[in-house]
Design a protein around this ligand. Sequence first.
Ligand SMILES: *Cc1c(COP(=O)(O)O)cnc(C)c1O
Length: 396
Amino acid sequence: MPITPLMPVYPRCGVRPVRGEGCYLIGEQGERYLDFASGIAVNALGHGHPKLVKAIADQAATLMHVSNLYGSPQGEHFAQRLIDATFADTVFFTNSGAEAVECAIKTARRYHYANGNPQRHTLITFDTAFHGRTLGTISATNQSKMRDGFEPLLPGFAYAKFNDLEGALALIDDNTAGFLVEPIQGEGGIRPASDAFMKGLRKACDEHGLLLVLDEVQAGYGRTGKMLAHEHYGVTPDIAALAKGIGGGFPLGACLATEEAAKGMVIGTHGSTYGGNPLAMAAGEAVLDVLLEPGFLENVTAMGERLRSGLEQMIPNHDHLFESVRGKGLMLGIKLKSDSRRFVAHCRDNHGLLTVAAGENVVRILPPLVIDESHIAECIEKLSEAARVYVPASDD
Ligand SMILES: *Cc1c(COP(=O)(O)O)cnc(C)c1O
């Protein structure tokens, strides 16, 4: 067999979407799927949201791309709105999550360099973390499935157990720059950081002059019912990476930082050809307009509670299969007692329901943030029916 035209790095399934309508995807043969995957937490407004579509179409006709050589009224406006809505004082725009994390790592290193401590370059990261697929971001996880064969990787990372505060603190030494952590691990299996863990990391940062760098690429931007997920913990980061939902499907990411943390990022230290171009800014503004509508985030919380209680009521009826529900807002996971990838495929192929598998045999439920009760009822119905007829593999 010759190599496929698309480099064969993904185990692509048989769903071949050609159109989207709100919370549904439509395949080549007209088959309909309830999309509770949202392109992995990206399509925050669902598919074909009229405000997002119009903003992109209008901006494409007006001005798509210039260069960061020129002034950016579009970027300044959107950055100011992000600053007003978050902890940040300054923003660097990227085209993806990994690039936003890369900028966060660079910003953290430059902070200590600017302070005259260039040896403080190591970020403490965590087991089962996922920060992207660039060489820098795969160096920031200790998962061998992402690292094998790509060595030599980037030095300057140390790895502790997620939610093990003592273990993380024990790794602090003269080379430590700070912590890089997802407030809720997504790929790792919808694992929320504990309150004590997040507060403890913040406290250690304050005591030792370290930076708290959050990867909010999946958990941030309204997904959990808060603008950013760290708001659940009453701690603020120094730097945060955003992407996924921020563009609602348009490739966009952002690295947010406080003025102090960004002190090393002066002219010439970083850049991106596309980052923050007018088209991306228009998409970002349209998504943010919807997110900041009165009651929008409250509705995410309400829908999250409803979905969660629906899942929790369903679980005891299929306790050979389901173990528990976890997560926050509309970033939920069902922990299975057998292979979650196989069950995700069964829901998709036999029941028209799209979800995403994650670590620890978790089924990720990541619906568009615009779902209503009817979509939740349909999801629970499909999941219940899928579970009722499901036969786990005999070797699970
Ligand atoms: C998806 C993800 C990334 C990487 O984003 P890309 O846009 O694929 O580069 C980084 N961190 C987290 C937590 C993610 O979920």
